[in-house]
Design a protein around this ligand. Structure first.
Ligand code: PFF
Length: 449
């Protein structure tokens, strides 16, 4: 039996859930190092500008379609289509989004498992279990499988509780914890020797680098990934928003939280790297660029924590705890995409759907782990570089060209009777119709090149 549709109980609940989806590994490790290597504050300004002028309109397309349909992406895109052909293309887009969301989760769970393992390793260090800590931080198949599985069980556990007591409750609990942990870490790291050097790299603008076309496109790509766009996640969260909620405002709040956390994370990661340099840890690659991505998180930062003795163990524990929470509030939003579809369109019970689909995704993660060298990078670039921009493009086409404009306005008026006279309605329809699709195509053609 299909269960009744869930709904977020408050604006705070929705904003925490959607911001929880948006704030993830991308914000905390992706954004800061990208900014550092690409013109510091100038990159920050370009990123802020693009996030508000382009990613925000694309987010609104998903939220409005979702709230109107009160259904998953497959049914929603079908509903807003005026004829059968467009309905079929829309449904196919929704289905592809569902597959892509599942594939993103399959690699995300692996990385999140590493975060949990490193967090536990700090705990083991704290109580003097050096051997256990060693095992937890060594890249090996059994450890990777166990922690990927553990992370998936946490994700499944939350999603099986449904929208209000699962997604909303846990996001509203975890997001404030995430913010407090992040701010505490920033405040501590800024007191250490060398931190100011990092701050300079982060905050001194170098416009000559930030205004290059390839960089603008990179900034836009990360803004799209960061706001979880293109795979129907935001659409399904939008479908759980109450009808009297003012959509442009809540969408704006989510964008604001996402960007703020990325910017605050910059105040942690960059200064931490330069404190590490001050303590004798290598932070540059052979070509002179800052070390980034997994080497940064799993080699540079742990080496830095080690130079700090007991304080380092506690900071490391907090840091990996923070990363695990950020990953969890994002992963639940990914799993909800295929689960919502299966419940609504095939009448399957939520718990059954969650365990079967979650189990299936864990199986895909296992296959990736068994063929790590060939599959890991491939799945990441297939989903984030190619599929997300193309699917984002389709959502904008449906909001800008396929769905009737007067119906969109009707939907907005439910939460704000004066929506037709506001600034949002003057700008957004054109953005989503022309500007967003063209820019997304530009990113896509660039990433093919
Ligand atoms: N927004 C997440 C991050 O920045 O890490 C990634 C993400 C979440 C992508 C959910 C796609 C998605 F459906």
């Amino acid at each position: 039996m299909a269960s009744a549709r869930g709904q977020f109980s408050s604006r705070f609940g929705f904003v925490m859930a959607a911001a929880g989806s948006a704030v993830g590994l991308g914000n905390i490790w992706g954004f800061p190092t990208q900014a550092a290597g690409n013109g510091g504050a100038a990159f920050l300004l370009v990123y802020l500008f693009l996030a508000f002028t382009l990613a925000y309109p694309a987010l609104m397309a998903e939220l409005i379609i979702g709230r109107h349909a009160h259904a998953n992406a497959v049914s929603a895109l079908r509903l807003v289509s005026p004829n059968r052909a467009l309905a079929n293309i829309g449904a196919t887009t929704g289905l592809i989004g569902l597959v892509v969301a599942s594939l993103i989760l399959s690699f995300y769970a692996i990385v999140a498992g590493w975060m949990m393992a490193h967090g536990l390793a700090s705990l083991a260090d704290l109580v003097g279990l050096a051997g256990v800590a060693d095992w937890l931080t060594t890249h090996a198949l059994p450890r990777n499988l166990i922690f990927m599985g553990l992370f998936m069980v946490c994700t499944i556990g939350i999603i099986s509780e449904g929208v209000k007591s699962g997604i909303e409750r846990w996001s509203a609990r975890l997001m404030p914890v995430l913010l407090i942990t992040l701010v505490l870490l920033v405040l501590y790291v800024l007191t250490l020797e060398g931190a100011m050097e990092g701050l300079k790299v982060y905050l001194l603008p170098d416009f000559s680098r930030a205004l290059s076309p390839s960089l603008i496109i990179a900034a836009l790509g990360s803004a799209f990934f960061s706001l979880s766009l293109g795979v129907g996640t935001m659409l399904i969260y939008g479908s759980y928003i109450a009808d009297d909620e003012n959509l442009p405002v809540v969408g704006g709040l989510v964008t604001l939280v996402d960007i703020s956390i990325a910017v605050i994370a910059g105040f942690l990661v960059l200064p931490a790297m330069y404190v590490a340099l001050h303590n004798g840890v290598e932070i540059f690659t052979q070509s002179g660029a800052l070390i980034s991505e997994d080497t940064l998180i799993f080699t540079v930062l742990p080496a830095f924590f080690e130079t700090m003795g007991l304080a380092g163990i506690i900071v490391s524990l907090l840091f990996f705890f923070l990363m695990s929470i950020a990953a969890l509030t994002s992963s639940i939003s990914m799993l909800e995409v295929p689960v919502a579809y299966t419940i609504e369109n095939h009448g399957v019970d939520r718990k059954l759907a969650v365990w079967v689909i979650g189990g299936g995704i864990a199986l895909i993660s296992t296959v990736i782990l068994l063929n790590f060298e060939t599959l890991f990078g491939f799945v990441i670039s297939l989903t984030t570089r190619y599929s997300q921009p193309l699917l984002g493009f389709m959502f904008c086409i449906y909001a800008g060209w396929v769905w009737r404009r007067d119906e969109i306005l009707q939907e907005l008026k439910k939460g704000n009777p004066d929506a037709g006279d506001g600034l949002f309605w003057k700008i957004w329809p054109w953005y989503v119709k022309l500007v967003c699709p063209l820019i997304i195509l530009a990113i896509f053609s660039q990433s093919l090149g």
